[in-house]
Write a protein that binds this ligand. Sequence first.
Ligand code: ATP
Length: 363
Amino acid sequence: MAAVGLDKVRKVYPNGHVALKEASFEIADGELLVLVGPSGCGKTTLLRMIAGLESISGGTMTIGGRVVNDVAPKDRDIAMVFQNYALYPHMTVRENLGFGLRLRGVAKEEIDRRVADASDMLGLDERLDHRPAALSGGQRQRVALGRALVRDPAVFLLDEPLSNLDAKLRLSTRVEIARIHRRLGATMVYVTHDQIEAMTLGQRIVVLNGGEIQQLDTPMNLYNKPANLFVAGFLGSPAMNLFHGTLRRADGLQVETKQGTIALGTEAPGLAAYIDRPIIVGIRPEDLLSVADHAGIAERLRAHVDVVEPVGNEVFLNMRLGSEELVARVPPHSTVQPGSEVAFGFHAERLHFFDPETTARII
Ligand code: ATP
């Protein structure tokens, strides 16, 4: 097993497109690190650079302490799992699993042992003598995972491995990947554009946008302390509510928006420099607490409810504050009706503040 190091790694494609601006970070030995971001943010490029399938335009990449900038993919001790798991249709599952090892000249008994281990881990024992056409999509993806497992590589690279599966299979295969990671203690780099996959699988997550690392942190830190507006908006569904306004000190701090004034009920020292200046206040939908349901919560804003969406274990209230849209997540027993006015409060420590110019988090 091995750590992966990036020191000022850059990628410029021959057409001049900068797919990755200087990235420096380390993936620890045995860590499951997720690369997440919207389409075109550069996550696949970065994964392919670790694999050696894309050249490195600048900086230094190491695997297990060895500089690999010019090392061919086959000599990097990595295994990659793609979203379109190309299995050999004329081979059985057993042959598909063992094929890469056979090419490498591994002894037959060793191949049999590793194939048996992988198929046991992935629950493929019953399917070993079937051809891919006789397997379900989920089983095929497990064979693709198995082909990486039998290689016993230093680093596993997974590129959206679940995106061809239906919702239920995605969930069970996701759990399976987490289980395999725990059992093997292997270094894994996992690319996805799905924030739920990123949050549930990643020990740490790199959020990318426009070829730039926005934040590298644990899932909870990304959620609770997003470093900028991009991360705040990207993680969390429904997304964080954002209010643009001017910070004032009157009777305590407040934000004056076009829609009215929101009393903040906080006196954080980090905000002093923003008094009488533009500011963006963020609050997650679950942190808007209806005054009627929460004893002791002071009213801070009053919103007009447009649409009520029950989703089973909770209810989304789609609302307006003047012309500004906002969403609250409330408990399933809520009886709020469309067209009504609801008073909300919040705990001041759950607020997020951003600088409108730099988009960076203030506190
Ligand atoms: P997706 O989720 O859509 O796969 P991604 O985040 O994985 O997106 P990349 O495939 O890494 O994004 O692409 C990053 C950027 O680099 C995109 O703007 C893409 O158009 C561009 N790009 C990718 N491959 C090349 C190439 N061979 N030549 C020029 N530009 C490229």
